[in-house]
Design a protein around this ligand. Sequence first.
Ligand SMILES: O=C(O)CC1=CCC(=O)O1
Length: 96
Amino acid sequence: MLFHVRMDVAIPHDLDPGRRAELIATEKARAVELQRAGTWVHLWRVVGQYSNISVFDVDSADQLHQILWSLPLFPFMTVTVTALTTHPSSLSEVDG
Ligand SMILES: O=C(O)CC1=CCC(=O)O1
């Protein structure tokens, strides 16, 4: 199942700089791990914003929830999830 996910990040300005750097580093390590596993299929920065647009390929909404909930930066994110399905005019459908 594919899900489009937007993550808007808002880390408090008064958070300890060392803690901030640690959170960002652990978030990056987890994102790389999930990309290498084929779960986090796309990861794009939204121009001019501390936000990303991502596509996840997971077995269920529950699995996606667990992944998102456990991200190090999750407490500082607003997450918007959209479930995706095949478009009938997609080449993958047209060409088989
Ligand atoms: O910077 C972000 O958009 C939040 C984030 C997701 C994966 C990562 O490494 O940072």
